[in-house]
Design a protein around this ligand. Structure first.
Ligand code: FE2
Length: 248
């Protein structure tokens, strides 16, 4: 990364609320789930100050270009805006945005899946998210094909077939605006917005804990769809939409 881009990130670091978040995440000791949750809770209690940071990013063309370049579209049509990354200590601050594109509640992450890292999130705008959490079972339950990402050392991006299993639903939390959700690497879940209209969540992502994740697909279906490129213009539009909706 060249010095211009580095200095743009330093500009972002000048925002007081952003500084408070990174200070909490960079404090001594490992970044464990309770700390991720505390930071997400801090955002939930201070949405106006978080929006002020988003407005600052909108005013800084270079910082926005850097953030847009590492952001992307999920195949189901929502955006993952990577606002900040830190390598040491390892954490990310992301904004997930389901834009207003139809009268129907949009799709989310509809295949049950796990994550390599722990995270905590809070709903910044919209009606919230509906999660379903699952466990494998040998008894009655819906049948899925199981795949693993990251399990092939020669190709971490490969999706490896790993048999057929049954899943049972073990929890179905609703996370409304201002509430906090937490997730460790053992959790297998799906996520979808509760309502039509723009929904946005702030995700505080911790360090990678495991090499591989699991994803379950209905028989005959594949989850091997690429993420989509997200342009700088789309990044700006999404950020402005979130600021307008959450600040209303
Ligand atoms: Fe997830």
């Amino acid at each position: 990364m060249n010095s211009t881009l580095n200095s743009a990130i330093d500009v972002s670091r000048g925002h007081r609320f952003f500084g408070e978040l990174t200070e909490q995440l960079s404090a001594d000791g490992p970044i464990e789930l309770h700390r991720l949750r505390a930071v997400a809770q801090y955002v939930a209690e201070n949405p106006t100050r978080f929006l002020s940071w988003l407005k600052e990013i909108l005013q800084d063309g270079v910082a926005m270009r850097v953030a847009a370049a590492r952001s992307y579209w999920h195949p189901n049509g929502f955006a993952k805006l990577v606002l900040h990354t830190s390598a040491e200590p390892e954490f990310r601050i992301r904004l997930h945005v389901w834009p207003l594109i139809s009268d129907e509640p949009p799709a989310g992450e509809s295949n049950p899946h796990s994550h390599r890292w722990e995270f905590a999130s809070t709903v910044l705008a919209g009606g919230g998210l509906h999660m379903e959490e699952f466990e494998e079972t040998t008894r009655s339950g819906k049948l899925f094909d199981r795949y693993r990402y990251g399990a092939d050392p020669a190709n971490r991006a490969a999706l490896l077939s790993d048999g057929a299993v049954r899943l049972k639903r073990v929890a179905a939390p609703h996370v409304r605006r201002g509430a906090v959700y937490q997730c460790d690497t053992d959790v297998v879940h799906t996520v979808r917005p509760i309502e039509a209209g723009l929904t946005a969540t702030v995700v505080i992502q911790g360090p990678r804990r495991v090499q591989s994740t699991v994803v379950y697909c209905e028989p005959g279906q594949s989850d091997d769809q690429p993420n989509g490129m997200l342009t700088e213009a789309q990044f700006r539009w999404l950020l402005k939409s979130v600021v307008a909706e959450a600040g209303a």
